[in-house]
Design a protein around this ligand. Structure first.
Ligand code: GLU
Length: 282
C-alpha cells in the first residue's frame, strides 16, 4: 500500500506551489489501481517553529485542502505534539557520539565563512564550517555552565563513517548514492525547539508509516542527510518522488507573500478546483 503525506508549515496561506505538492501526494497515494488496498494520504502540520507558525494558517490549510477535494486520513500529526519522540531520537544519536553543542551565532558563522579561504559548500551555498566540532569536553562544559545559548549539531563525517554506504530511490532519478555530508553538520535541535527540520521530518515520516515521500525537487539535497538520519536511527526507508516546482512568471518559487496566487484568493475570485488542476497540468 502506498502511503504519502503533505507536510506544510503554517507560516502563511497555501499557494499554487502547495496545491501542486498536495495534489501530487494525494494522487500518488491512489495511483496504483492494481494494489490490493487503496493508498493513504496523510497530513502533517509542520509547526515546530512556534515563532513563525500561526493557528489561523492551520485552519486555512484544512479549508484549502477540503476545497481542493483532497481528503486526508486522520489523525493529522502536529509537530508541536511530538517533542518526546524527537528527544528520544536525539538521545539515540547522542549515545552514538554523533551530537555536539554549537555555540556560534549566525553572525559568527557568516564571519567565519567570509574569512575562510576555502569555506565548505553545499548545493545552497556555504555550509557550517565546523567551528565548534573540535571544542574540548572542558570547553563545552564551561560554556554550557555559563549558560551560552547553543544548538545541537550532527557530526556528519563521523555519522557517515558509522552508517557506511547508503542509497535512496527516487522514482525519476532512480537509485541515488547518498552523500551524507552534502549539507554539512546540520542543526538537530535548538533552544526552545526539540528538533530542527531534518530530524523532525525523519522521525515523523517513520511514525506515520510514509512509504512514498513526495515533495519538491528543491528538497533533493535534504534527502541525502535525511536518509543518513534514517539509517542511524534504524528507521524504514521510504521511496521518493521529488517533483518539479511551480514557478511564477519570473521563474522564481512562489512566496507566501504572493497574495495573488494563494488558494484563498483564487477561490474568492471564482476559480474552481478543476481549473487549479488544469493550470498545474495535473
Ligand atoms: N514543511 C516543509 C515545507 O513546507 C516540507 C517538508 C518536507 O516535505 O519534507 O516546505
Amino acid at each position: 500500500m502506498i502511503v504519502t503525506r503533505f507536510a506544510p508549515s503554517p507560516t502563511g496561506l497555501l499557494h499554487l506551489g502547495h496545491a501542486f505538492a498536495a495534489i501530487t501526494a494525494h494522487d500518488m497515494a491512489f495511483s496504483n489501481l492494481a494494489a490490493p488496498r487503496p493508498g493513504r494520504f496523510l497530513l502533517r502540520i509542520e509547526d515546530i517553529d512556534a515563532s513563525r507558525c500561526r493557528e489561523e494558517f492551520v485552519t486555512a490549510i484544512y479549508e484549502d485542502l477540503c476545497w481542493l477535494g483532497l481528503e486526508w486520513d486522520e489523525p493529522v500529526v502536529r509537530q508541536t505534539a511530538r517533542g518526546d519522540a524527537y528527544r528520544a531520537a536525539l538521545a539515540a544519536l547522542d549515545r552514538m557520539g554523533l551530537v555536539y553543542p554549537c555555540f556560534c551565532t549566525r553572525r559568527e558563522i557568516a564571519d567565519e565563512i567570509a574569512r575562510a579561504v576555502e569555506a565548505p559548500h553545499g548545493p545552497d551555498g556555504a555550509i557550517y564550517p565546523g567551528t565548534c566540532r573540535g571544542l574540548t569536553r572542558d570547553e563545552r562544559a564551561r560554556r554550557m555552565a555559563a549558560g551560552v545559548t547553543h544548538t545541537l549539531r550532527l557530526d556528519s563525517a563521523k555519522a557517515s563513517a558509522q552508517a557506511g554506504a547508503m542509497t535512496f530511490r527516487d522514482l525519476k532519478a532512480g537509485v541515488v548514492a547518498v552523500e551524507p555530508t552534502l549539507l554539512g553538520d546540520i542543526v538537530l535541535a535548538r533552544k526552545d525547539m526539540p528538533a530542527a527540520y531534518h530530524l523532525a521530518v525523519v522521525v515523523d515520516d517513520a511514525h506515520q508509516g510514509v512509504t512514498l515521500l513526495t515533495r519538491g525537487e528543491d528538497l533533493f539535497a535534504a534527502t541525502h542527510v535525511q536518509r543518513l538520519l534514517q539509517a542511524l536511527l534504524g528507521l524504514p526507508e521510504p521511496e521518493y518522488a521529488h517533483h518539479r516546482l511551480i514557478l511564477d512568471a519570473s521563474g522564481k518559487k512562489f512566496s507566501k507573500r504572493d497574495h495573488a496566487v494563494t488558494l484563498r484568493s483564487l477561490r474568492e475570485s471564482g476559480v474552481t478546483p478543476s481549473e487549479i488542476r488544469a493550470r498545474l497540468g495535473l
